[in-house]
Design a protein around this ligand. Structure first.
Ligand SMILES: [Zn+2]
Length: 306
């Protein structure tokens, strides 16, 4: 199975969830073994940021990545689309300090990436495969992973709200499954929280254009839901995006209960801390997902945050 990148550069712009202003980004092809890299345009020039679980510096509302040079907010739906479509190598050049929220889903990014075209490269794909079960728990929140040839997630949410309640979803991550089942599911929030955020000058770009908003009885958005279980579908989308800050695509079967951005990141950091015993870098040989040959655990060990 070969690595992939996009066939040509593409751009898009939209509203920033936090600041409410117009922000834009360009996506560029990248060579084999580049991974996902951000180029942040700042007043001091272009700064490079390579996503890493340890560089998730904020998880309130959305995920923020940052290092000493700069930061970028609301990265998770774009990263989910990149991983979801199986793109290994790409440069994301951002104009502002936020990725546009678009419609609150990953649908626009899937469209953008597919319109660029996805190109196979002349190098075999590498993944970080889970080699033994690993679990992180905190109260009702729990993520457990075990070895699996591919990326499978079983997600459960429970909200004390008549429209949400208990929802479950299993996703075997392939470009088709990602695009068809989760990419268009929108982020959601509660009206009371939105009002409080706006009063504090936060989530200024948040509106019914880019989120499902719930009051105590149901959905405020006139168009209603895109799926009855849009909530758990969006949670799976977020999970794919949050795991995409690992240095390589992860292979494992994840069982996730009642998690969110912060807990997802806690889990991923712990997993990386245990990379020497729980993860192995595997080079995928041939076309079948099951056909593979093992490579030394070098990258897995190096993946642990310094
Ligand atoms: Zn989200």
């Amino acid at each position: 199975m070969n690595q992939t990148t996009i066939a040509k550069s593409v751009r898009c712009s939209g509203i920033g969830l936090h600041g409410g202003g117009r922000v834009g980004l360009e996506l560029h092809p990248a060579g084999p073994d580049t991974g996902i890299v951000f180029h942040l345009r700042t007043a001091e020039g272009v700064k490079r940021l390579v996503p890493d679980p340890g560089q998730v510096v904020g998880t309130g509302l959305a995920t923020t990545l940052g290092n000493g040079d700069g930061s970028v907010r609301t990265v998770e739906h774009l990263l989910a689309a990149i991983r979801g479509l199986g793109i290994d190598n790409i440069v994301i050049e951002t104009e502002g300090d936020e990725v546009p929220i678009m419609d609150g889903s990953a649908g626009s990014f899937v469209y953008l990436l597919r319109s660029a075209g996805i190109q196979e490269q002349n190098r075999l794909r590498r993944v970080l495969a889970v080699t033994r079960p690993f679990e992180h728990k905190d109260g009702e929140k729990r993520i457990r992973v075990e070895p699996f040839d591919g990326f499978r997630v079983d997600y459960l949410i429970e909200f004390d709200h008549p429209l949400i309640g208990r929802q479950t979803l299993r996703l075997d991550l392939t470009p088709e499954n990602f695009a068809r089942r989760v990419a268009k599911a929108r982020t959601f929030g509660f009206l009371s929280d939105v009002e409080a955020l706006h009063r504090c000058g936060l989530a200024l770009g948040g509106s019914l254009e880019n989120a499902v908003v719930l009051d105590e009885y149901g959905v405020v958005n006139q168009e209603g839901l895109r799926y009855k279980d849009e909530f758990v579908r969006h949670k799976v989308l977020d999970f794919v995006g949050d795991m995409a800050v690992a240095p390589l695509p992860l292979w494992g079967h994840f069982e996730v209960r009642c998690s969110g951005h912060a807990f997802n990141n806690e889990f991923l950091r712990l997993l990386m801390d245990n990379a020497a015993t729980c993860l192995r870098t595997v080079t995928l040989a041939g076309n079948a997902a099951g056909a593979r040959e093992a490579a030394p655990a070098r990258a897995a060990v190096a993946a642990a945050p310094a």
